[in-house]
Design a protein around this ligand. Structure first.
Ligand code: FMN
Length: 200
């Protein structure tokens, strides 16, 4: 097959497709505590920034919490949970659980939506650009042998968390780490039920 994009060859496709198939959401409890090297994190974040973005608005910002820096996020999630409308928001145990969860993954990355003001395109276009950046991040992480999860729990989309990060809006977090055990495999609806072909 002829390369239509410089540097992309017939050999590239199986690797990319396999990486897409191999990405699986992992449970927080299945991660090792091992840190992720800085150059790997930078490569993952760079992959995020190569997502398609209408008008090159690049409506994303990311805050990366690692090492002791995670304690700030742990406190933030505990406060955000306490301020939320969750049934057990007032429970010190539930707040402590939020704190502990953060320390179980070596890396947390916020998905912050920054729509240019005044908006030039519909909001959904900016949302989708951020989602494409998030998927690039998940795939790049998979390519580096990292497990990941996109999470959107109460504290992770809380206006308080967004405010403290200086983000107008938050679309959750991605956590990353090396898997201690294989993530569960997933399933998808067969193509026939999702795709309509229009041919001659
Ligand atoms: C926008 C978004 C938010 C998500 N939030 C959560 C979440 O809060 N908790 C969770 O367990 N999984 C969350 N997920 C991950 C899905 O549960 C996961 O993708 C799904 O179970 C399919 O598994 P797979 O990713 O291994 O194919 C989220 C995924 C997306 C795209």
């Amino acid at each position: 097959m002829r390369a239509i994009v410089q540097g992309v060859t017939a050999q590239t496709a199986p690797i990319v497709l396999d990486t897409i198939r191999q990405r699986r959401t992992i449970d927080l409890l299945k991660l090792k505590p091992d840190p992720v090297p800085q150059d790997v994190l930078e490569a993952i974040l760079t992959a995020a920034t190569w997502a398609p973005t209408h008008g090159k608005h690049q409506p994303w910002r990311f805050t990366v919490f690692t090492g002791e820096g995670r304690r700030q996020l742990a406190d933030l999630f505990a406060r955000a949970y306490a301020a939320s409308s969750a049934k057990d928001a007032g429970s010190p145990d539930a707040q402590e659980n939020q704190r502990m969860r953060v320390m179980r993954a070596p890396v947390w990355i916020s998905l912050e939506l920054h729509v240019p003001q005044p908006p030039r395109f519909p909001q959904w276009e900016e949302e989708h650009a951020l989602a494409a950046a998030a998927q690039n991040m998940l795939l790049a992480a998979t390519a580096f042998g990292l497990a990941s999860k996109w999470v959107s729990g109460v504290a992770m989309i809380s206006p308080l968390t967004a405010h403290e990060l200086g983000a107008p809006e938050l679309r959750g977090f991605i956590f990353l780490g090396y898997a201690a055990e294989q993530p569960k495999d997933s399933t998808r609806t067969p193509l026939e039920e999702k795709v309509v072909w229009v041919r001659d």
